[in-house]
Design a binder for this molecule. Structure first.
Ligand code: KIV
Length: 294
């Protein structure tokens, strides 16, 4: 299937046309290629790779260089989906110029078409600076995992009147700053619905209910590969972890019992030369012959 590369305008148009936007994370070439073949609109190279690919306890450990390494791998596998690179912890909140440079690395080195930043109104000057440098930005509010120590864990956000108001105003300000879409993570569906109806840019939900303009999930979560914990919003669309375990146990058994590889999986020496090599093998002094070629 060869489609045209999805653009930011295509993503925005989908909201206008009332079409759902389907997005997912990916972190490597092979997965990204499968995702792309399925016609997914947007691939986020999420900092969730810190947990699902690198085994850290949260998203705070992954570095800019690691994010670029994975973004490059994803972009080698993708010809259609829009690729968004996720800016990691400390790469964009210390200094605006450094934030723009780091965002630029995702585009220039990684092959992404946009970046995602976590945070609300306080991020607007940085987002504007990125957009002034021709870098397109996706916002992310609600449970922003880089702030888990501030929240006290992976907790649902926007559950009080004040917190809900702040989320709605943050979304408005992000839109005003120029983001092309906003991820809403782990917030009550009623608040996500209000946000979605109050902004023109698409909202992409994860744990934010069905009224968002699109959805995103971490691919290792929805395929049942990463099962360390299961948030309420997560649905397993497959049990690949179990399938992989079955396959590896079968492989182990077959190798131990001499079943794999069989002739079907083996290369053949030319039949007419077989006697010659067997004769040589039986009669030659292998040590002496080996010395001759050193
Ligand atoms: O890092 C990530 O995968 C994300 C999505 C869950 C939105 O930020």
């Amino acid at each position: 299937m060869s489609l045209q590369k999805v653009t930011i305008n295509d993503i925005i148009k989908k909201k206008k046309n009332g079409e759902k936007i389907v997005t997912i994370t990916s972190y490597d070439y092979s997965f990204a290629k499968i995702v792309d073949d399925c016609g997914i609109d947007l691939i986020l190279v999420g900092d969730s790779l810190s947990m699902v690919m690198l085994g850290y306890a949260n998203t705070l450990s992954v570095t800019m260089d690691e994010m670029i390494h994975h973004t490059k791998a994803v972009s080698r596998g993708v010809s259609n989906a829009l690729i968004v690179g996720d800016m990691p912890f400390l790469s964009y909140k210390i200094d605006t110029a450094e934030a723009v440079k780091n965002a630029g690395r995702f585009i220039q080195e990684g092959g992404a078409e946009a970046v995602k930043v976590e945070g609300g109104t306080e991020m607007c000057p940085t987002i504007k600076a990125m957009i002034n440098a021709d870098i397109q930005v996706m916002g992310h509010i609600g449970l922003t995992p880089q702030a888990i120590y501030e929240f006290g864990g992976f907790l649902v956000q926007g559950k009080t009147i004040e917190a809900a108001k702040k989320l709605i105003l943050d979304a408005k300000n992000l839109e005003e700053a120029g983001v092309f879409s906003i991820v809403l993570e782990s917030i009550p569906w009623q608040i996500a619905k209000l946000i979605t109806s109050s902004v023109e840019v698409p909202t992409i939900g994860i744990g934010a209910g069905s009224y968002c303009d699109g959805q995103i999930l971490v691919i290792h979560d929805m395929l049942g590969i990463f099962t360390d914990f299961k948030p309420k919003f997560l649905k397993y669309f497959s049990n690949l972890g179990e399938s992989i375990r079955h396959a590896l146990n079968d492989y182990k058994d077959e190798v131990i019992n001499g079943i794999y590889p069989n002739r079907e999986h083996s290369y053949e020496f030319p039949q007419q030369e077989l006697n010659k090599i067997n004769n040589w093998f039986e009669n030659a002094d292998i040590c002496e012959e080996a010395h001759k070629i050193t």
